[in-house]
Each structure stands twice: as structure tokens, then as C-alpha cells.
Design a protein around this ligand. Structure first.
Ligand code: PLP
Length: 388
């Protein structure tokens, strides 16, 4: 086969022809002769053939992600969970052991604990902010180490290089969920991570109008993941890929501006703490953050998510949520609109009060995923909502 069926970094070329990419919705492509049909069918020849196997819009998006992450290639999926489940499903076999951080997205956690064991995979958990705990878990063989940073919603920062070093010396492959902080906030493949997974629904799409996922890394892993996608059928749709292509040129600007907004909002809320109502403002970019040294070492800033705890706990947070006028109540992040949610109701809805406490998640924690609105409007909205 001359080139891979999924995206791979290409040299930048000056635009020629339509500036906005064309959408190719054709589920199948007529071939010029029998030999081409045969070669495409056997994947000896890449090119347009049948869209479950790959298509122009998806490959363009994958090439952009691969270039952004400094990866050998990328494989795109219909959702972030499609990408994560494919990475885990393609790399793990019956009898393998996977170490999955306690602090991962609820969907990843559920897939790891409810689905993987049905296929004979042993799943053990570790704290991604405790290297000694990981070292102890790696005394026994493990095939994969799955983690994310900053953690959701506690916003602690894992030592990515430290996790990679431990995993690598134990012969384990690292899979990192980069959804919370894509480049330019952090470039995890540069820190040694083997595979980075993104819910492209979030920052990559950025406009709350597309559901998508992508895995980037080395070809030896991507070939397995692409094979899984071909057989299981979870490929990204061309229209969704087009929306991601549309969003791509503004990604860096949006992420940078959202990160600056988040820092300004966190500082503004922290400055109002003495006026009452607020008991904790957490943001990795704040000077008093417990993992400040790691933030400075591996991130360009604190990301675009801020959390808030109120003196009156959950009842006060619910009242404040109901009073918001600028910020929307909703469960997602990375979009141009600022969203507020209560993790105990959404990402961690399945947790018992004891599990929430063990994970350090106050029942009344409010998570704010910061968008692009003027920050004084965001700050004013949160303060009026808290003070009623
Ligand atoms: N990973 C993280 C960190 C997420 O926040 C989410 C969704 O919220 C996902 C993965 C799953 O992505 P999707 O909803 O696109 O399947």
C-alpha cells in the first residue's frame, strides 16, 4: 500500500481553488477499471473507495491533528468515546492488564470497568497525581496506562513525563486523553506519551455543533486502531469532518483567548472571595495552585476550565446556576460559549456521596468551561448569580 488510509502530516501548500473545503458525501466511489476496484477493495491502493474505510474530509482533519500533535498520523471517529474505546479495544486483548487513572472522564471510566472486563481484560485503577501509587501498580505487568491532565473536575495536574517514564520502563503504552487541554496548551507527545485521544466535540470543533473524536500517535498503534475502525464502523461523518476543517484555522486563537479569559475570571473570582459566598476558586493557572510547578513545566497556561465552591454547598450552587444570565447551563467544554455545570449531576452522576468524597469532588462544586465572551460580563454574571 503506497500511503496510509488515515491522515498523516503533509507539507503546507498554498491554497488553490475554493478556499473552503468541499464536502464529499458520496458513500461509494465508482472506479475506472476492474484492477483499481480490486486493489482498493484489498486496501493495496489508497484513495476514494467506500466511506466507512476513509474519506477526503476525514483525512484532511486527521492530517491537521497529526501535524498539530507532532504525530505520525491520526485516526478520526464519530465521537470522543468512539476514539477512546477504539484505542483501548484495538490495543488490548484477553488476559492483558490495563491501568486506568481514577481521574478520567466518566465515559472512559465506565468503558474500562463495564466493557473491557467482559473481554477478559483486567482493569486496575491508580491515582494519576501519585507516582508512587503508579510505581506500585506497575510491579505487575500492564499493557496500557490511561490517564488525563488536568483532572476533571478537580483540576489537579499529573506529572505527564513522570507517568510516561514509569510506564515505559515497565513496557506499558501510554494513552492520554488530551480533551481538556489541547495544543497550544500542552503537547503531550513531546512529553513522551504514545497516543493522545481527543474528544474533538470540545475545543477542536469549538462551536457546540459537532460530535467527533480522534487518536494521534505512532503508526504501529494507529494501524491497529484504523483496523478496528474499519471493522467496527465508527468513522467520523464527512459533514462532521468538514465542520472540524472549518474550525481548524481558529483553534489556536480560540484556545489562547479562552485560556486568557479563564485566568482573568479565576483571578476576578478569587479577588471577590473576601466579600463572602465563595470558599474556593480552583484554576491551574492561579499562583496558589498546588501543582503550579508542573503547570509551568508542561503547560502554556491553566486551560479554560475554572471551578468554584460556595459557602452554602450544593443548594447555593443550584440557586446560582438558576440565576445565570450570560453563562449557559450545560455539560461540555471547549466551545465559544461559556458553560456552567455541577459535575456531581453530570460527568460524575453515577458516583455515590462516598465516591465523590474519595475523589475530592465537593457535591456543590460548580465547573465553568470558559468561552469567548468578554470576561467582565462573565465575572459580573457569576457574581450576581452568587449574591442574588
Ligand atoms: N474525554 C473527555 C475529557 C470528555 O470531557 C469527554 C466528553 O465530555 C469525552 C472524552 C467524550 O467525548 P464525546 O462526548 O465526544 O464522546
Amino acid at each position: 500500500m503506497s500511503e496510509p488510509l488515515y491522515g498523516t502530516p503533509r507539507a503546507h501548500q498554498p491554497p488553490l481553488g475554493p478556499l473552503s473545503p468541499l464536502i464529499d458525501r458520496s458513500s461509494t466511489t465508482a472506479q475506472p477499471d476492474a484492477e483499481t476496484l480490486r486493489a482498493c477493495g484489498l486496501a493495496e491502493q489508497a484513495g476514494e473507495f467506500y466511506q466507512r474505510l476513509g474519506h477526503r474530509n476525514g483525512r484532511a482533519f486527521e492530517s491537521a491533528v497529526a501535524a498539530l500533535e507532532g504525530a505520525e498520523g491520526a485516526v478520526s471517529f464519530a465521537s470522543g468515546m468512539g476514539a477512546m474505546s477504539a484505542a483501548l479495544g484495538a490495543l488490548l486483548s484477553s488476559g492483558d492488564r490495563a491501568l486506568v487513572a481514577e481521574q478520567v472522564y466518566g465515559g472512559t471510566s465506565a468503558f474500562a470497568t463495564e466493557d473491557l472486563p467482559r473481554f477478559g481484560v483486567v482493569v486496575d485503577r491508580f491515582s494519576s497525581v501519585d507516582l508512587d501509587a503508579l510505581r506500585a501498580q506497575l510491579q505487575r505487568p500492564a499493557k496500557l496506562v490511561v490517564f488525563e491532565s488536568p483532572t476533571n473536575p478537580t483540576l489537579r495536574v499529573a506529572d505527564i513525563g513522570g507517568v510516561v517514564e514509569l510506564a515505559r520502563s515497565a513496557g506499558a503504552v501510554t494513552v492520554f486523553d488530551g480533551t481538556f487541554s489541547p495544543p497550544p496548551i500542552q503537547r503531550v507527545l513531546d512529553l513522551g506519551v504514545d497516543l493522545v485521544v481527543h474528544s474533538a466535540t470540545k475545543f477542536f470543533g469549538g462551536h457546540s455543533d459537532v460530535l467527533a473524536g480522534v487518536v494521534a500517535g505512532r503508526r504501529e498503534h494507529l494501524d491497529l486502531i484504523e483496523g478496528w475502525r474499519r471493522r467496527s464502523g465508527g468513522i467520523l461523518a464527512p459533514d462532521s469532518a468538514w465542520l472540524l476543517q472549518r474550525s481548524w484555522p481558529t483553534l489556536g486563537l480560540r484556545v489562547q483567548a479562552q485560556q486568557e479569559n479563564a485566568l482573568a475570571l479565576a483571578r476576578g473570582l478569587q479577588a471577590q472571595r473576601s466579600a463572602g459566598g465563595i470558599v474556593a476558586v480552583t484554576y491551574p493557572g492561579l499562583e496558589d495552585h498546588p501543582d503550579r510547578a508542573l503547570v509551568e513545566r508542561q503547560m502554556t497556561g491553566g486551560g479554560a476550565v475554572v471551578t468554584l465552591e460556595l459557602a452554602g454547598g450544593l443548594p447555593d450552587v443550584l440557586r446560582a446556576l438558576d440565576r445565570l444570565q450570560v453563562i449557559a447551563r450545560g455539560a461540555s467544554l471547549g466551545g465559544v460559549e461559556t458553560l456552567a455545570t455541577v459535575p456531581a449531576f453530570t460527568t460524575h452522576a453515577a458516583c455515590t456521596p462516598a465516591q465523590l468524597e474519595a475523589a475530592g469532588i465537593a457535591p456543590g462544586l460548580m465547573r465553568i468551561a470558559v468561552g469567548l465572551e468578554p470576561v467582565d460580563e462573565l465575572l459580573g454574571d457569576v457574581l450576581q448569580a452568587i449574591r442574588g
